[in-house]
Design a protein around this ligand. Structure first.
Ligand SMILES: *[C@@H]1O[C@H](CO)[C@@H](O)[C@H](O)[C@H]1NC(C)=O
Ligand SMILES: *[C@@H]1O[C@H](CO)[C@@H](O)[C@H](O)[C@H]1NC(C)=O
Ligand SMILES: *[C@@H]1O[C@H](CO)[C@@H](O)[C@H](O)[C@H]1NC(C)=O
Ligand SMILES: *[C@@H]1O[C@H](CO)[C@@H](O)[C@H](O)[C@H]1NC(C)=O
Ligand SMILES: *[C@@H]1O[C@H](CO)[C@@H](O)[C@H](O)[C@H]1NC(C)=O
Ligand SMILES: *[C@@H]1O[C@H](CO)[C@@H](O)[C@H](O)[C@H]1NC(C)=O
Length: 425
């Protein structure tokens, strides 16, 4: 009896240590990946108005940096039109530059002469700093997708525009990167003028008809309960033990079983893909899932459960204080007034977003959106960024959209730059 008691007493600290053992993140940054691909980069540390530190990246044509040196990198003279890419949930700027990707969008844009920036949101590996807290403080994790859309994204855009001395930029969002775009434009409509073309890859706005297994969780996680504020203020995917149990750690190895590791991706990240190159798996797991606040997932569950694009449900009391009503209000999509229609890229095999969801969104938005259906069997959620055929399916139409918007603005004299369209891809 006594020995068992002592042994279990000893086990407690060991278990606590294991549980708290933090995620050992890849030491290779987005910047390193860009360099390994033969390009160069700049990185900037910026702070949101509520104190979160975010690192964002700028991808450069390495030839031009070498040729022009510091005069170009630091004096921020207007150069080329800017494109900002925003990643999804539990992801980071790494998503665009995974090792082994064939033809990532980033380099196609740079090769066409665009000034490409990669954003990051609070809580991920490039957003784990705060002016007066550390990421070990529970309060650090007290944010949902709402704060990313209303604070992080506007700050990133303002920084880039100020730094490049440009009035507006092209926006490309993927998954949660689309959600934050819609949130920003509806909550802070003054940003409508700061975006040129807007391309949304797998738009997560109306999320009703998805078939992902995680939708079942929404039945109980999508409804507010008092434990929400408790479980919400925590870092998802940080504890090593959880990553280990879910197989994320194992799949970081090049020797891991590719079938099992792809299965994990398909189950958790939006469906079976016929376009995933298995050689990407180790680096996908080296970089994904990165840390996020549990409130972000709860927020998505609330979209699904309420069938509405709605602000975060903090519970009746806090809602009353924040929203002056006991339930959260919907985001007001009427505030979205883009210069060009927002381009919605979707497929029939994305388990998070069904064509019906896009049809509903399109109906609300009218001529403010334009739909691009990717008519390929088994083209799923991850394929919008990682598919082996991304060059034809995504990059090419996206470049056409951006080039076309740029031509229109320049003809109108609204883009101050003399931008010569480079050779078509
Ligand atoms: C940190 O500062 C913010 C305002 O910038 C404040 O709301 C928050 O309570 C502070 N947090 C801590 C832990 O002091
Ligand atoms: C990269 O920079 C070099 C040198 O300035 C220039 O000749 C080349 O056209 C640039 N490439 C692109 C795609 O802008
Ligand atoms: C809150 O709502 C009530 C009734 O819905 C309204 O009378 C009041 O003016 C609102 N207060 C604020 C600060 O908006
Ligand atoms: C939504 O915004 C539009 C104009 O942007 C406004 O007329 C309308 O009253 C708003 N709706 C709500 C529910 O606030
Ligand atoms: C939608 O149509 C209205 C009315 O014709 C027009 O003013 C507006 O510019 C259009 N919006 C877009 C994004 O094309
Ligand atoms: C799509 O996936 C299904 C189920 O895994 C499979 O039966 C079918 O052959 C696949 N089709 C293509 C074109 O990959």
């Amino acid at each position: 009896m006594r020995t068992i008691f002592i042994v279990s007493l000893l086990a407690v600290p060991i278990i606590l240590v294991v549980l708290r053992q933090p995620l050992e993140e890849s030491t290779i940054t987005t910047g390193d990946r860009i360099q390994n691909a033969g390009y160069s980069y700049e990185s900037y540390d910026i702070y949101t108005e509520d104190g979160y530190g975010l690192t964002i990246f700028r991808v450069k044509n390495s030839t031009s940096t070498k040729a022009e040196g510091d005069s170009r990198s630091s004096t921020a003279s207007p150069t080329a039109p800017v494109v900002l890419l925003m990643h999804g949930l539990s992801s980071s700027s790494d998503i665009w530059v995974i090792e082994g990707l064939s033809n990532p969008l980033v380099y196609d844009l740079v090769n066409q002469g665009y000034d490409v920036w990669l954003g990051n949101n609070r809580g991920n590996r490039y957003g784990n700093r705060h002016l007066n807290m550390t990421s070990n403080d529970r309060h650090f994790w007290s944010f949902s997708i709402h704060e990313i859309g209303t604070l992080d994204l506007p700050r990133i855009i303002d920084f880039i525009l100020e730094h490049t001395q440009q009035p507006s930029l092209h926006y490309v969002g993927y998954s949660q990167g689309t959600t934050v775009g819609f949130i920003m434009l509806s909550m802070r409509p003054e940003y409508n003028h700061k975006l040129k073309s807007i391309s949304m890859l797998s738009p997560c706005v109306i999320m009703i008809h998805g078939s992902s297994p995680t939708r079942h969780l929404a039945r109980f996680l999508g409804i507010y309960t008092p434990i929400h504020s408790y479980i919400g203020d925590s870092a998802l995917f940080r504890p090593w033990i959880i990553r280990k149990l879910l197989g994320f750690e194992m799949c970081r190895s090049k020797d891991a079983n590719a079938k099992i590791c792809s299965f994990i991706i398909f189950k958790l990240f939006g469906g079976y893909s016929a376009y995933l190159d298995e050689s990407l798996l180790p680096d996908i797991f080296n970089t994904h899932p990165t840390t996020a606040s549990a409130h972000q997932i709860l927020h998505l569950m609330q979209f699904h459960h309420t069938k509405k694009f709605i602000q975060y449900n903090h519970g009746p009391e806090v809602n009353q204080k924040r929203y002056n009503q006991s339930t959260p209000p919907e985001y007001n999509l009427s505030n979205i007034n883009p210069r060009f229609p927002i381009h919605l890229f979707y497929s029939g095999y994305d388990e998070y977003i069904a064509p019906k969801d896009i049809a509903m969104l399109g109906k609300i938005m009218g001529n403010r959106t334009r739909e691009h259906f990717i008519d390929l069997e088994n083209f799923s959620h991850i394929d919008f960024v990682w598919a082996s055929n991304i060059k034809e399916v995504i990059n090419r139409p996206l470049l056409d959209i951006i080039n076309e918007a740029e031509m229109v603005l320049q003809t109108e004299g609204k883009s101050p730059l003399k931008f010569d369209r480079k050779q078509q891809l």
